[in-house]
Design a protein around this ligand. Structure first.
Ligand code: SF4
Length: 358
């Protein structure tokens, strides 16, 4: 098997181990360093929420893991080791970033499925729903026609679609139904990991609520790990077990979702949470984050958040804060928290050392 690796430093709960991942875009004005040194471990059977403002690199990261980085984007450095069981309890890791295209195509759908941004527009308008789902099943599995059809109908039922929908064309479906079709297709081959990138953004709030709950239930019942990408912190509060906050191409805080909301440590995370509108709450207390996100063509020195940070100190302008575990399972990259708790080690999500950025 290509790129198979032993599993020396990750525990059995590790599904995906992203190390030092940098995804850059070549532009006429230099390299846009969209993802710039992300380390992250995704565990089996969890819902991991990936958050941050538009342009922070979260979609680039999600697509990069799936081998969908397109020119002028390219992998500058790093690994994304996916661990899967091959027989019995034996597990091998494969670096998704170095798999040949035909092997990556096999991994997609079978092992890792993607529900993309704007999923409602990815369905071909000229093909019946059944053709679109069945073609994907045939291409990525060796199921017979009967097995594939049975599996399609099973998945459609799981997302609340009547069997009659299979014979319809996309224009005959509502936005919510089209979204359900993309989810049914994503789960059709029982992948170990689904990456859903803002799948409900275009839906009205009521439909969004129903689909989020369905996605959560499906992940639990199938034992699928879900990486859910959205800037919407309220959705993360509802969906995620753990979450990671990205800012300017880096992970700045990783923690269980309850801790993220109860005790956000990074000033950027605090700003994101403070800007969530509360229904019936005191709107005068809703605070935005001042300033604009910097350009990936020229990140600020030191902590990249320092030009916008209300708590910035002198050291912040010069030195990149390392990611440290400051409480059990709670990692933050900020000079306000210079000392890890006793026995804690720098997170595997560590921000690169300053010299690595130069
Ligand atoms: Fe703010 Fe400094 Fe922490 Fe960055 S390192 S978030 S500038 S306090």
């Amino acid at each position: 098997m290509m790129n198979a690796q032993a599993m020396p430093n990750v525990d059995e709960q590790t599904l995906l181990d992203i190390k030092g991942l940098k995804i850059w875009y070549r532009t006429t004005r230099g390299n846009a360093q969209a993802v710039d040194g992300v380390d992250l471990i995704i565990k089996r059977n969890e819902i991991f929420g990936l958050a941050g403002e538009s342009g922070c690199g979260k979609t680039t990261l999600a697509r990069g893991i799936l081998g969908l980085t397109k020119l002028p984007g390219y992998i500058e450095a790093g690994e994304a080791i996916y661990y899967r069981q091959v027989s019995g309890s034996s597990t091998v890791g494969q670096d998704l970033l170095t798999l040949p295209p035909h092997e990556m195509r096999q991994m997609r759908w079978r092992n890792i499925a993607y529900v993309p941004q704007g999923a409602m527009n990815v369905l071909s308008p000229t093909l019946r729903i059944e053709k679109q789902i069945l073609d994907a099943i045939y291409e990525h599995s060796d199921m017979s026609k009967e097995q594939a059809r049975a599996r399609m109908l099973e998945c459609m039922e799981m997302v609340g679609l009547e069997p009659t929908v299979a014979r319809m064309y996309p224009h005959e479906l509502s936005g919510g139904m089209k979204q359900r079709v993309t989810i049914a297709a994503a789960i059709s081959l029982k992948p170990g990991l689904i990456i859903a990138d803002e799948p409900t953004t275009a839906l009205d709030v009521n439909v969004q609520q129903v689909i989020l709950q369905e996605l959560k239930d499906i992940a639990a019942s199938l034992g699928v790990t879900l990486i859910y990408v959205t800037h919407d912190m309220a959705v993360h509060a509802e969906m995620a077990d753990r979450m990671g906050i990205m800012y300017s191409g880096l992970m700045v805080e990783v923690a269980p979702v309850i801790e993220t909301f109860k005790e956000p440590l990074h000033p950027y995370t605090q700003g994101l949470i403070a800007s969530i509108p509360a229904i019936g709450g005191d709107r005068s207390r809703m605070v935005g984050i001042p300033g604009n996100a910097p350009s990936p063509l020229a990140w600020p020195t030191g902590c990249r958040f320092h030009p916008r940070c209300p708590k910035a100190m002198e050291i912040c302008r010069e030195t990149v804060p390392p990611m440290l575990e400051v409480a059990s399972g709670h990692y933050v990259a900020c000079h306000l928290y210079p000392t890890p708790i006793s026995g804690a080690t720098p997170a595997s999500g560590a921000t690169p050392a300053p010299e690595e950025l130069n």
